[in-house]
Design a protein around this ligand. Structure first.
Ligand code: ARG
Length: 486
């Protein structure tokens, strides 16, 4: 339809190469809404007549439920919708729909509307997953487990502490996406192909009708930039790396060797040959799909970085990377939430692992510190005690006075004090005495759980408001359209 100065049509293979119609199914509805707001604005500013507006708006309204034909010959959804509007409304009215705009501001608009909806969906999914983490933490404030560094046992901890750490990570993902929304929710509509228009349009009015917080003012910027896309996908890439790490923890903990957790059957896969297998494929796929999202980010950045200012068709290619990113993150979050809610936790195994190592070594050193001994000396004493216990294959509280005296003599510390501290230090006493802000200590769990529960509620109020603001605005638009059409 647009080939006014071009002689021949595209061959089927070229059309298929050039067309974005498949990817555009995700933005068809946004394109219709954008066109309706634009047509309404043209009418309100006396650029088209009420009769023209009526015909265009009715035609667009009837397209809302349309299953668009992929083999229509159109290069994209914008061309296809305009063609169908002209068919339904006639050239005299329908031919006016594309007044004072371009596919360049249209596609930017559609992508922004799609991403802002996706952000709201993902923010809600994040809160659901965070809530699952915090509820599980609530039930596991007394579940002792080893904490690791270098995947070697490091300090005694609690399973709730682990879960709360992941909740905090996801809160930050939420914060980042919540801020990104502000950069996304700005209207490029009315920027035209690149330099604006001589027709007296009102860009602020269309922005308002579509629920945008403002406009991208400069028309060159509005049509060229995809920085908001890169930002969104980057935020999701970070989110996915966080989900990938949780997945990796769970994969390790569900091995026979660890057996800290067991995944519900519905989140595991069998082997085609080994009947006994229960594989954590779903979690492995979160790891794998994280790489795909990182790939999407790379594809987007490398497309943008090579483009001169002004729209370039390369930009068409990034759409599928955005859709794939949204779909992966939404599914990953929904699935992780269900995995958490159905997880079987082997508390005995976790505790046994924490007991069988020398995890209280630092606690012993710290108790000596509280008796006025320099930490460097206490580190030496505790380390030497572990060495002896390890060589004679026994726990620290089984060390004899003779064994302790040797170290006490070398460091000039009273052996009775060392003995008393060793005897009174257990993994439980260690967790009782761990008082520092944000630590694995028992008291801190309760405080953090209460705090995070409140935080979830506050965050929910904010996203729900954003969601409602958009749907209310679009309802108003719809009512205005009905007024004109009737
Ligand atoms: N299908 C195109 C895209 O997705 C729409 C914009 C085309 N603009 C143009 N001047 N060729 O980016």
């Amino acid at each position: 339809m647009y080939r006014s100065r071009l002689g021949t049509d595209l061959s089927d293979i070229t059309l298929d190469y050039v067309s974005s119609i498949n990817d555009d199914s995700q933005i068809a509805l946004y394109d219709i809404l954008g066109s309706q707001a634009h047509a309404l604005m043209l009418y309100e500013n006396q650029i088209i007549t009420k009769n023209d507006a009526k015909k265009i708006l009715s035609a667009l309204e009837s397209l809302k439920n349309e299953k668009f034909e992929v083999f229509s010959g159109a290069e994209d959804i914008h061309e296809l919708i305009e063609t169908l509007v002209i068919k339904k409304a006639g050239m005299i009215s329908g031919g006016k729909m594309h007044t004072a705009r371009s596919r360049n501001d249209q596609v930017a608009l559609d992508i922004r509307m799609k991403i802002r909806d996706d952000i709201n969906i993902i923010c809600n999914c994040l809160l659901d997953t965070i809530e699952a983490l915090v509820s599980l933490a609530k039930n596991h404030q007394k579940t002792i487990m080893p904490l690791y560094t270098h995947l070697q046992q490091a300090q005694v901890g609690l399973f709730s502490h682990y879960l709360l750490a992941q909740a905090d990570v996801l809160f930050r993902d939420f914060d980042r996406l919540y801020t990104t929304f502000n950069h996304v929710n700005q209207s490029p509509l009315g920027a035209g192909p690149v330099g604006g228009t001589s027709i007296p349009i009102d860009r602020h009015s269309t922005a308002k009708m579509l629920g945008f917080d403002g406009v991208i003012e400069n028309s060159l910027d509005a049509t060229s930039t995809r920085d908001f896309v890169a930002e969104y996908v980057a935020m999701i890439a970070i989110l996915m790396t966080n989900l990938s790490r949780i997945s990796e923890d769970f994969v390790i903990w569900s091995t026979t060797e660890f057996s800290f957790i067991e995944l519900a059957d519905e989140f595991t896969s069998p082997s085609s040959v080994m009947p006994q297998k229960k594989n954590p494929d779903i979690l492995e796929l979160t790891r794998g799909k994280t790489s795909e999202v990182i790939g999407n980010l790379t594809a987007i950045l490398s497309t943008i970085k090579g483009l001169a200012s002004g729209y370039g068709r390369d930009l068409q290619q990034i759409k599928s990377s955005i859709w794939s990113t949204s779909k992966i993150s939404i599914s990953a979050l929904v699935i992780l939430k269900s995995i958490l809610l159905t997880l079987n936790i082997n508390e005995k195994k976790m505790k046994k692992a924490a007991e069988s190592s020398y995890l209280i070594a630092l606690d012993i050193a710290e108790k000596l510190v509280q008796n006025g001994i320099p930490f460097r000396t206490t580190h030496k004493i505790s380390g030497a005690l572990v060495q002896i216990a390890h060589h004679s294959n026994k726990s620290l509280n089984k060390l004899s006075m003779k064994e302790i005296s040797k170290i006490a003599q070398e460091t000039k510390i009273n052996p009775d004090l060392i003995m008393k501290i060793i005897q009174s230090t257990t993994i439980t006493s260690s967790l009782k005495e761990r008082k520092s802000f944000g630590s694995s200590g028992y008291d801190e769990q309760k405080r953090m759980i209460e705090d995070r529960m409140k935080k979830i509620n506050n965050y929910r109020i904010s996203v729900t408001k954003r969601d409602n603001d958009i749907s209310n605005t679009l309802d108003n638009l719809s009512n205005k359209i009905i007024e004109v059409i009737k």
